[in-house]
Design a protein. Structure first.
Length: 200
């Protein structure tokens, strides 16, 4: 050995090649993580894709105009409770697919159909024929017979459904819940010293 050469320490352990068929803990956890992420991604993606594609292919069985029955079952000047089946209900909805509404017949050919929900927080309102008022049991909201606001926390009148008469039956457009953001009418009242206007 020359003086310029330094001794090199060699490790007695020889490098052994890794068998590609050997499963390590890191490899196993990585594969389980990838599989778990794929399952979660598919579970999230399926309803999102269905939602995005729903306007492209409307349901052929969907009917937004629902019959409430014969016009003769609603006497002129009276307000009655009616129920209809939600047009977007599923088989497993059971009794919850039945939606209630208040029907007021103002003349021989004119009807007002009110959503049963209070315009404040959505509690179901009741009709009291003695006082000619709709009353909300939750927070004391009150509405006149025409659906306009009488008192309480609601800032607006009851929401109404669009109506039409077909073959002697009263039909309502129940395709969407009445709100401020869709085509459902809104009964509003502006009290100005005894004068009131109803827009809908």
């Amino acid at each position: 050995m020359s003086e310029l050469e330094l001794p090199v320490e060699r490790n007695n352990e020889e490098l052994t090649p890794v068998d590609p068929l050997t499963v390590s803990r890191r490899w196993l956890l990585l594969k389980i993580g990838v599989l778990f992420n794929a399952v979660v991604g598919a579970a999230v993606a399926v309803p999102v894709v269905k939602y995005l594609l729903s306007p492209v292919k409307p349901d052929a069985d969907y009917k937004s105009w629902i019959s409430l029955g014969s016009v003769d079952s609603f006497p002129v000047g009276e307000t009655r409770l009616a129920k209809f089946t939600n047009p977007v209900s599923q088989e497993w909805d059971g009794e919850t697919d039945r939606v209630a509404c208040w029907v007021r017949r103002t003349s021989r050919q004119e009807f007002q159909v009110f959503a049963i929900n209070c315009a404040h927080l959505g509690c179901p309102v009741r009709w009291f024929p003695q006082s000619q008022l709709f009353m909300c049991p939750c927070h004391g909201g009150a509405y006149y017979a025409d659906g306009s606001r009488a008192s309480g926390p609601p800032e607006r009148g009851l929401f109404t459904y669009d109506t039409k008469i077909v073959d002697g039956k009263l039909q309502i457009d129940a395709g969407q819940m009445p709100t401020l953001s869709n085509t459902a009418k809104l009964v509003q009242i502006e009290n100005a010293r005894g004068g009131s206007t109803c827009a809908g």
